[in-house]
Design a protein around this ligand. Structure first.
Ligand code: SF4
Ligand code: SF4
Length: 426
């Protein structure tokens, strides 16, 4: 079986007699005659055709070695990672009052203290920068721009440490964008700010219902004005949280960005996700990697992706996706200095994996690492896109991270359309 097992074959209605081969491992796509596919399956291809397919990782000389390499891939990535990434919760305070947010009762006193910030700086310097790693921090909240002095304290100290060590430091924001003014961005650029993931929950009326200020006033216009003022300075990644009832309104939100004078090609990839269930019975943290598999959601994702591309915005292509729980050099640091492996798990204290004061615990058992290392997953064509799915969803479904969150049904229903969209066929 010299064709890669991590390959999907799709029909091509635009060219009868042709098929599309798609590598889930490399993301490579090739359109070939059906006869070519039959020759590949019978191992009667010419050597030069095999060389082409090998380069695209559609052809493997040793299927057992391919499977073994995939099984070792995450360990290999962890062993060779030159970058440390952390999501840092600066404060749970927020100036918006979104009805789907469960942080309401946390507003006020839950901000990172000076002592915790100092511990964070010392930890990242000692454990990462001094080991020669680059550092990328993603400031998160609440609303991180309600804690700009703390952000500058952390980013400034780590940037200085990285400069002395000859490594790189950069940071980004997950922000509601109401405070993302040009003066604020200009103030943060010297601290390594490169991008901001922002949220617009639909066109003006829908967004203003979903994301009003605490005062009740709508926030849509202020956000769009801010985006227009800063999108030449940093990469703006537009995001939004849709529901079953309002997802068809979201293309109008994209139109509003264009009408406001923004060039879709100058914005980062658009990432629209469903409103997630609350985490841990306490508060919600969304993570765009958590993908549900309900039929309406599959339809909504495909519809919205098509509308985004049609307007000239960009989206992420299907790509190798590993749950960050599996990545050693990837942490979440809560405002109180507690470590987690994923923002969505911050509501469950039992999934804390240590503290800035005590270091990172062994979480292999509590988070059931390597859960995808079984025959079914290792033989599955979707493994590179899935790696066992989302641990947070598994916990929501069964109460524990006690197995994979299988994405086969979702990928069966959507991958072909995603590939066609990326080929400009839909
Ligand atoms: S558990 Fe993993 S896949 Fe799910 S939201 Fe967290 S990081 Fe993403
Ligand atoms: S969890 Fe399901 S879709 Fe994912 S690799 Fe395993 S079998 Fe395939």
């Amino acid at each position: 079986m010299p064709l890669s097992r991590y390959l999907k074959t799709f029909t091509d209605p635009s060219r009868p007699g042709s098929v599309i081969l798609y590598s889930t491992k490399k993301g490579s796509i090739v359109r070939v005659p059906e006869k070519f596919l039959a020759a590949a399956q019978n191992d009667t291809l010419s050597e030069s055709d095999k060389t082409t397919l090998r380069r695209l990782e559609l052809w493997v000389d040793d299927p057992a070695a391919e499977r073994a390499a995939m099984a070792a891939l995450i360990d290999h990535t962890n062993g060779n990672s030159g970058t440390f990434m952390a999501t840092v919760v600066l404060t749970l305070a927020c100036n918006l009052a979104c009805p789907y947010c469960f942080e309401d009762h946390f507003r006020g006193d839950h901000a990172m203290s000076d002592e915790t910030a100092r511990l964070l700086i010392a930890h990242v310097k000692r454990e990462q920068i001094d080991s020669g790693r680059d550092v990328e921090l993603r400031f998160y909240g609440g609303e991180p721009l309600m804690a700009v002095p703390r952000l500058k304290q952390i980013a400034g100290a780590l940037q200085d440490a990285a400069q002395i060590a000859g490594t790189k430091f950069s940071c980004s924001l997950v922000t509601n964008a109401t405070l993302l003014t040009r003066p604020v961005v200009e103030e943060l650029l010297p601290f390594g700010l490169t991008s901001a993931q922002i949220t617009l929950d639909g066109p003006a009326d829908t967004h203003n219902r979903q994301r009003p200020f605490v005062s009740g006033q709508g926030s849509f216009k202020i956000i769009v004005d801010n985006l227009r003022a800063v999108y030449d300075l940093i990469t703006i990644k537009p995001g939004g949280n849709f529901t079953h009832d309002n997802y068809r309104e979201f293309p109008a939100m994209l139109d509003a960005l264009i009408e406001a004078g923004m060039d879709p090609a100058q914005l980062g990839p658009v990432q629209l996700s469903p409103v997630h269930p609350k985490s841990g019975g306490q508060y919600t943290h969304s993570a765009s990697c958590a993908i549900g598999s309900e039929p309406w959601l599959i339809e909504a994702n495909l519809y919205l992706r098509g509308e985004i591309l049609r307007r000239g915005f960009s989206v992420d292509k299907p790509h190798m996706g590993v749950c960050m729980i599996e990545l050693t050099n990837n942490l979440v640091v809560n405002y109180d200095g507690t470590f987690y492996k994923c923002p969505a798990l911050m509501g469950w204290p039992e999934f804390a994996v240590g503290t800035l004061a005590d270091g990172v615990n062994d979480y292999r058992e509590s988070h059931n690492l390597d859960i995808w290392k079984n025959d079914e997953c290792l033989e599955c064509a979707y493994l590179p896109l899935c790696f066992g799915g989302c641990r947070f969803f598994r916990k929501l479904k069964t109460g524990a991270i006690d197995g994979v969150d299988c994405r086969r049904a979702m990928l069966d229903a959507s991958l072909e359309t995603l590939v066609r969209q990326d080929l400009g066929m839909n």
